[in-house]
Design a protein around this ligand. Structure first.
Ligand code: SF4
Length: 116
């Protein structure tokens, strides 16, 4: 039996998962899906920043377009350490396409364009 806290919503249900992946303690179906994914292929959304060439905006915040395999997060962070944004970007622009061959993009969550 594995004990988990569901992180899908702020309620934070306490979940129990048995060896047959039967889930109890969830108040909604999303908790069951979360627990099964967490037990078989845990994933996480990634939010971080990457460097730019702009002195007034030295870093731009980015997030993954969907959840990434948890086991790849450190390798993906290392890959993002080498990224330098050289052209102005706006919110929603793709900063890195298909990061680490996952099929998932890293998307800008901040604009580097000067505000008027
Ligand atoms: S099981 Fe449902 S209600 Fe409970 S924390 Fe997860 S998403 Fe929220």
């Amino acid at each position: 039996m594995k004990e988990l806290t569901c992180i899908v919503c702020p309620v934070g249900c306490h979940l129990s998962v048995d060896e047959n992946l039967e889930v109890t303690g969830n108040r909604c179906p999303r908790g069951k899906t979360y627990a099964k994914t967490e037990m078989t292929n845990p994933t996480r959304m990634l939010t971080t920043t990457v460097r730019t060439v702009f002195k007034d905006v030295p870093r731009v915040s980015v997030k993954s377009s969907s959840a990434l395999p948890k086991g790849l997060i450190f390798e993906i962070m290392s890959e993002l350490d080498h990224v330098i944004v050289e052209k102005h970007v706006k919110i929603g622009d793709i900063i890195v396409s298909d990061i680490h061959h996952t099929g998932i993009d890293m998307i800008a969550t901040k604009s580097t364009l000067p505000t008027l």
